[in-house]
Ligand binder design. Structure first.
Ligand SMILES: *Cc1c(COP(=O)(O)O)cnc(C)c1O
Length: 401
């Protein structure tokens, strides 16, 4: 695609960008996006080979560096997140690790939300710590705690909003202002909202992270990740990938390209069904409390309503009783899949305290609000009446002790 076409596309609406951005049609005039399953590329002459290797002429060299299908996914995602550049990676964790390795060094300090994805907490707390990069973990929705954790060496603020599984919300504008004041980068994992519902870069974040494995794919088929931001940090990330290797496969990039085409429709449907189920759950006597930012009494509701265009597909609730009641509820469902994944057309249900958050100590879980009676649902695209009936089945089993 020429720069002209790319600028034109970026002036169009998000649904148009999701379908049209990143297409570079080949000489066959194909309408669909081709999958380039090639590890390397042939040059017309030694002169061209030398120029490509030296980086003096644009074009592909080797698929660890660039691949046209991966490039198309990167362009489409950058257009949706309204970022200058996107870099695709082998998984969401590869994107997070890549951003850290590309942009941090020994002696730097990170502040990270306590409620991040488990592997993200491990990445900062265990692996980066070994290389002398220290991380302070703070509550997501407490700006004073973030400010108090600042050090002269703080280089990166890292968060996810909404949080998993309690749907707490961070004020992205306020966090971006704090990062600027501290001379640090604000990195936001936008996995739960996707650009269809929230664009952190427009609110002042420096880098957006994705696990493409979730909603960008939308049907639970492939692992992948991405980072989106200004050209300079993304060039650093690209250089890291070229050297260290966790690149996205062209087949996976193609799956994600097709996933992006239906993203806004899917996110609207996920949000609508999750909202319906959250309101229904609140009326059930077997339910103690429901966590979903779309509910007016949720502490993050006003903020979420301001910075998101929908409340997303993930909700959680506390069943009356303890772990046994929560387990009975989950085990009695017949439509939902008992699995920790999310962002799928298929609804998933899980007991966080003994799965996703099982490695935390009881005290850490208590502090994070992951009680023994908490159940998380990542609402899919089935008929919402069937999902409601499934949860009714679960709650009936929870009550029958
Ligand atoms: C799944 C997930 C990740 C990690 O992504 P992978 O593709 O599994 O490596 C990171 N952040 C969030 C919020 C996730 O849900």
């Amino acid at each position: 695609m020429s720069d002209d076409d790319s600028d034109f596309l970026r002036s169009l609406g998000p649904a148009t960008r999701a379908v049209r951005a990143g297409i570079a049609r080949g000489p066959e005039g194909e309408h669909g996006e081709p999958i380039y399953t090639t590890s390397s590329y042939v040059f017309a002459s030694c002169e061209e080979a030398a120029a490509r290797f030296a980086g003096d002429s644009p074009g592909n060299v080797y698929s660890r560096y660039t691949n046209p299908t991966v490039r198309a996914f990167e362009e489409r995602l950058a257009a949706l997140e309204e970022g200058e550049s996107a870099v695709a990676t082998a998984s969401g964790m590869a994107a997070i690790f890549g951003v850290c390795v590309a942009l941090l060094k020994t002696g730097d300090h990170v502040i990270c939300s306590r409620d991040v994805f488990g592997a993200t907490a491990g990445l900062f707390g265990k692996y980066l710590a070994r290389f002398g990069i220290d991380t302070s973990f703070v509550p997501l929705a407490d700006p004073a705690a973030w400010r108090a954790a600042l050090r002269p060496t703080t280089r990166l603020l890292y968060l996810e909003t909404p949080s998993n599984p309690l749907c707490e919300i961070a004020d992205l504008g306020a966090m971006a202002a704090l990062a600027r004041e501290a001379g640090a980068l604000l990195v936001v994992d936008n996995c739960f909202c996707t650009p269809a519902l929230q664009r952190p870069l427009a609110l002042g974040a420096d880098i957006v992270i994705h696990s493409a494995t979730k909603y960008l794919d939308g049907q639970g088929r492939c692992l992948g990740g991405a980072a989106i931001g200004a050209a300079a940090p993304m060039d650093e990330l690209r250089a890291y990938l070229r050297t260290c290797g966790p690149t996205m496969s062209p087949f996976n990039a193609w799956v994600f390209l097709k996933g992006l085409e239906t993203l806004s429709l899917r996110m609207r449907a996920h949000s609508e069904s999750a909202g319906h189920l959250a309101r229904w759950l609140e009326e059930q006597p077997a339910v103690e409390q429901v966590f979903y930012a779309g509910l007016p009494h949720h502490p993050g509701h006003a903020l979420a309503a301001r910075q998101q265009s929908g409340f997303g597909g993930v909700l959680s609730f506390r069943v009356r009783g303890g772990r046994e009641a929560a387990w009975r509820c989950i085990d009695a469902t017949r439509v939902m899949s008992l699995t920790a994944n999310l962002g799928d057309a298929k609804t998933t249900i899980v007991h966080p305290a003994t799965t996703t958050h099982g490695r935390l100590t009881a005290e850490e879980r208590e502090r994070a609000g992951i009680s023994e009676n908490l159940v998380r649902v990542a609402v899919g695209l089935e008929d919402v009446a069937d999902l409601e009936a499934d949860l009714a089945r679960g709650l009936a089993a929870a009550e029958a002790s």
